[in-house]
Design a protein around this ligand. Structure first.
Ligand SMILES: [Zn+2]
Length: 285
């Protein structure tokens, strides 16, 4: 007969575990203040040091937040999930896992294609929930505003990139799928530096920016026409098209750069990783 070893978790981990479960189950609601330290000490029967250590662990995981150094800890409010440390954790995971840029672009393509197809078909389905159709209408109005913004920024690639992020976020939000939206934001964060670098490396960016803006308009028109299949194809062309042209530019530029730097690895495309500094490891716009 085999027995397994008894695992004695430190007290702070047991406290953190119980609080974490309460937060994730919703027993402690988003935005709700956590019980005071004194109360936690009494309830768990542990010292103040132990409680503090548990709270620090929760803060590090993004499951407890404070608005200032002396403010009480709260469960993160629902709206902060798209910007807070939990989103950063996903970005760190992608970088730490050395996820190749091509894989991230493929994931982004799959997520956004599903989102635009969903937004297009649901837009034209009879939806009993008036709130859902109002939400979609508001998201598509946001997307239109961002296309206007792209037209207004001229050849300012940084401003274009910001409008591009907001455009794609609005499109995914229009699908009404919150899971798609959260994961898409993290994927987007993981590739946005590459996108900006790729745009900055363009000798004459205006033509490319105009082309990307026309692609955005076409995607939006397909969604509004209720043509999910078309929206999906246009989105894939838009994302993959830019990525491939950035990759070709990298392939052309890298052997020259490698020869100058004497770096024998620099021309190997498989070394192009999300954590790398390759200026043209770009994604779509
Ligand atoms: Zn775009």
């Amino acid at each position: 007969m085999a027995f397994s070893e008894v695992i004695r978790n430190p007290a702070y981990e047991q406290v953190a575990h119980q609080l974490r479960e309460a937060i994730l189950d919703g027993a402690l609601a988003p935005g709700e203040e956590l019980p005071a330290e004194r109360e936690l000490c009494a309830q768990f029967g542990v010292s103040r040091t132990t409680v503090r250590e548990a709270l620090r662990a929760l803060q590090a995981q993004g499951l407890a937040v404070a608005s200032g150094p002396t403010a009480p800890l709260r469960v993160p409010p629902a709206e902060s999930l798209s910007t807070g440390p939990l989103r950063e954790s996903l970005v760190h995971l992608m970088r730490l896992g050395r996820v190749p840029l091509a894989d991230l672009v493929e994931l982004r393509c799959a997520l956004e294609a599903a989102a635009v197809a969903g937004a297009a078909t649901r837009l034209h389905a009879t939806d009993a929930r008036a709130e859902a159709s109002r939400h979609r209408a508001a998201c598509l109005a946001d997307a239109h505003r961002e296309v206007e913004e792209m037209r207004a920024v001229g050849d300012d690639v940084a401003a274009f990139e910001r409008a591009d992020v907001r455009f794609h976020v609005a499109l995914v939000a229009a699908s009404g799928n919150e899971a798609l939206q959260l994961v898409m934001l993290a994927v987007r964060d993981s590739v946005s530096a590459h996108l900006l670098d790729a745009l900055r490396a363009l000798p004459a960016p205006q033509r490319t920016l105009n082309r990307l803006t026309r692609q955005h308009e076409a995607i939006l028109a397909a969604v509004e026409a209720g043509d999910g299949r078309d929206a999906e194809l246009l989105l894939r062309d838009h994302v993959m098209g830019f990525y491939r042209s950035a990759e070709r530019a990298t392939a052309a530029a890298e052997p020259r750069a490698a020869a100058r730097a004497g770096d024998p690895l620099a021309s190997r495309p498989s070394d192009q990783r999300t954590s790398g500094s390759s200026p043209l490891g770009g994604t779509s716009a």
